[in-house]
Design a protein around this ligand. Structure first.
Ligand code: VGL
Ligand code: ZN
Length: 205
C-alpha cells in the first residue's frame, strides 16, 4: 500500500501567514489532485502551545531566525506560528480534507521542536504515525506539503529510518530557503529516498 502524507499545509505557512513559505499556496491544487491517486491519505499539523520554546518571542532579546540551543539541539527561533486553536494553525481553506483519514499533530511539548511527523527533533517521543502506517500495511510514503527544507525533509528522513520506501514530490512542496532544499534533496537521496514530480504519479496534465 502507498500512502500520501500531506505535511503542514496550514495558514501560517502560506503567503498570508506568520511563517510564510514563499509560494506555499501554489502546491495546493497539485496536492488536491494527488489525493485522488492514493488509497490512503494522512496529514500532519504543526500544533504549538503559546509558550513553545521554538518561538523567538519566548526568549529574552532574541529575534526570529536566530539560533539557540534547545534540549542539546541547535534550534532556529521562529516567529510565533501554528498556535493551538488559532486561525494560523488551521489547514488552508483550499486544501481538500475529505480523503484525509488521520491527522497527526506535533510540536505540543513546549520544550522541544518537532519537524518530523514521526518523532520530535530529539527522537524521544513518537506521534504514533509509524505504527499507524505499518498497521495499514503501508510500504511506500509519498510526501508533499510545507516546508520542503524543514518538516517535509525531517519527515522524509524519519520515513527512511522507519523502513518506508520514501518519495518526496518536488513540485508539491516549497521551501523556506532554496539552498536548504537543495541540501535536503541531496541528503534524502543519499539515504535511499527518491525525489519525483507529480506528473510521475498523475501523468502529464
Ligand atoms: C515548520 C518551522 C517550524 C514546517 C514547522 O512545517 O516546516 N517549520 N515549524
Ligand atoms: Zn513549528
Amino acid at each position: 500500500m502507498n500512502a500520501l502524507m500531506i505535511v503542514d499545509i496550514q495558514n501560517d505557512f502560506t503567503p498570508e501567514g506568520s511563517l510564510a513559505v514563499p509560494h506555499g499556496d501554489e502546491i495546493i491544487p497539485i496536492v488536491n489532485e494527488l489525493q485522488k491517486s492514493f488509497e490512503l491519505v494522512i496529514a500532519t499539523q504543526d500544533w504549538h502551545p503559546r509558550n513553545h520554546k521554538s518561538f523567538a518571542s519566548n526568549h529574552q532579546e532574541r529575534t526570529p531566525f536566530e539560533t539557540t540551543m534547545l534540549q542539546g539541539l541547535e534550534q532556529i527561533l521562529w516567529p510565533d506560528h501554528c498556535v493551538q486553536g488559532s486561525s494560523g494553525a488551521k489547514f488552508h481553506a483550499s486544501l481538500h480534507m475529505e480523503k484525509i483519514e488521520a491527522i497527526f499533530r506535533k510540536g505540543m511539548n513546549p520544550e522541544i521542536d518537532s519537524y518530523s511527523g514521526f518523532y520530535d527533533n530529539g527522537h524521544k517521543k513518537s506521534t504514533g504515525l509509524s505504527g499507524y502506517l505499518k498497521e495499514r500495511k503501508v510500504k511506500n510514503v509519498y510526501i508533499c506539503g510545507l516546508a520542503a527544507d524543514f518538516c517535509v525533509f525531517y519527515t522524509a528522513k524519519d520515513a527512511l529510518r522507519e523502513g518506508f520506501g520514501t518519495y518526496v514530490i518536488e513540485d508539491a512542496t516549497r521551501a523556506i530557503d532554496q539552498n536548504g532544499f537543495l541540501k535536503a534533496k541531496y541528503e534524502i537521496k543519499a539515504l535511499g529516498g527518491k525525489t519525483i514530480k507529480s506528473k510521475d504519479i498523475l501523468g502529464p496534465m
